[in-house]
Design a protein around this ligand. Sequence first.
Ligand code: FAD
Length: 461
Amino acid sequence: MNEETITSFAGTMRGPVIRRGDADYEEARKLYNGMIDKHPRLIARCADVADVITAVNFGRDNKLDIAVRGGGHNGPGLGSVEDGLMIDLSGMKGVHVDPVTATVRVEPGCTSGDVDHATHAFGLAVPFGIVSTTGVGGLTLGGGTGYLTRQCGLTIDNLVSADVVLADGSFRTASATENPDLFWALRGGGGNFGVVTNFVFKAHKVKDVFAGPIFWDAAQHGVQVMRAYRDFLPSAPEALGSFVGLKTVPSMDPFPREHWGKRACAVISCFNGPETEGRAAMAPLIDKLPEPFFNWMSTMPFPALQSMFDPFFPKGLQWYWKGDFVNELTDEAIDAHIAHAKNAPSELSLMHLYPIDGAVHRTSKGETPWGARDATWSMVIAGIDANPQMAGRLTRWGRDYWEALHRFNQDGAYVNFLMDDENEGRVEASYGANYARLAAIKAKFDPANLFHVNQNIRPHH
Ligand SMILES: Cc1cc2nc3c(=O)[nH]c(=O)nc-3n(C[C@H](O)[C@H](O)[C@H](O)COP(=O)(O)OP(=O)(O)OC[C@H]3O[C@@H](n4cnc5c(N)ncnc54)[C@H](O)[C@@H]3O)c2cc1C
């Protein structure tokens, strides 16, 4: 590809085309996960849908590997590609709330914090994840779990329609009534089917919530807390989203100094309703358990909860991810969790079990590609640290921990918790019986697998 071709491409774009050597190239290529260091040949920072169409056509016609970047949070850095074209949507940040229909139109560069900010003014929220800097694009297309999941379902269960630029550069709207096969595939099938330029979501009544973390001493009470949480969850009201995690008390204010650096078992919860009801919902769990290190549940605006953990996870940390879907948390599995979590190589490293029960179970397995409607939790093990020299230790710990736990779990995992070093069958296992239909729809909309920089579904012709 010569200079003239690139200049002519840049001339047809409303947003900038950034190349190696440009002053803003280094910043523009950076991803959230500091462990990933990719150098795309070109970064097309799209300003609008026309730019996306131009970029897709240019990438395809010039045989470039194409990556699509929303929030840039993907674990293995699938929002970028070595020596190819990054279609960067991060500048497309419009959010339009319709309070009458309780729907929200969201452009693909938005983070969940962008949407929470816009919806909160109307007393509404869309179920997204637990860190507000995460991109709506990748999170939604993979499924989307968070505090509101038990009550309102996965993010994809709240997707009403999506606008998509396909591999041939054509534009489609996908919904239950328009291109329903494409709409089905988008709800969990990742970035395999095209570039989404607009999402429309159903929003729910959420304003102030009774929420926050409770940390117990893992060494003394971890087994007891995890067992009590497991037994409590099925009878907890669905307005209570609550996950359990094994972590370390951060050695910083405002954490109590006497507990800095200690291993902790945390239950982090959000009750969508008044504090009195929230306290009553938590009581059957808390009343059974010993005194925690601290209990910081209080009433707060929903966006404050959504951004509570942002300061601990700035862009550029080293991350190594492993996940699994979990049906049952046996006593034996809990013992294995406690044994491996205590060897965490850094204070930030963690294990979380996110509930995927309640409303998630009311959608049948075949209704969306998300294959684990029968699971109870989505497990993530993440080795995390600021120091790049820790990369090897974070990876080894994540793999060892996962190896010890996988025998208790399903074969597949939430695709947004996979790195790119999984074995061949893991993506397939993550979709289970829905994989074959995904592969057929992939063959219809992207027969040459133009969009392959993702947790790839190979077209089945
Ligand atoms: C700190 C942190 C917290 C997280 N918490 C949660 C959580 O609570 N719940 C949860 O479900 N997940 C969570 N995740 C995982 C998250 O869902 C994935 O990392 C997801 O890939 C992030 O989306 P993104 O747009 O930021 O990613 P990007 O890196 O920008 O994109 C990832 C991939 O998504 C696809 N993609 C993105 N946008 C589009 C688009 N518009 N059209 C087509 N394809 C697109 C592409 O294939 C791309 O390769 C978390 C991740 C991090 C780092």
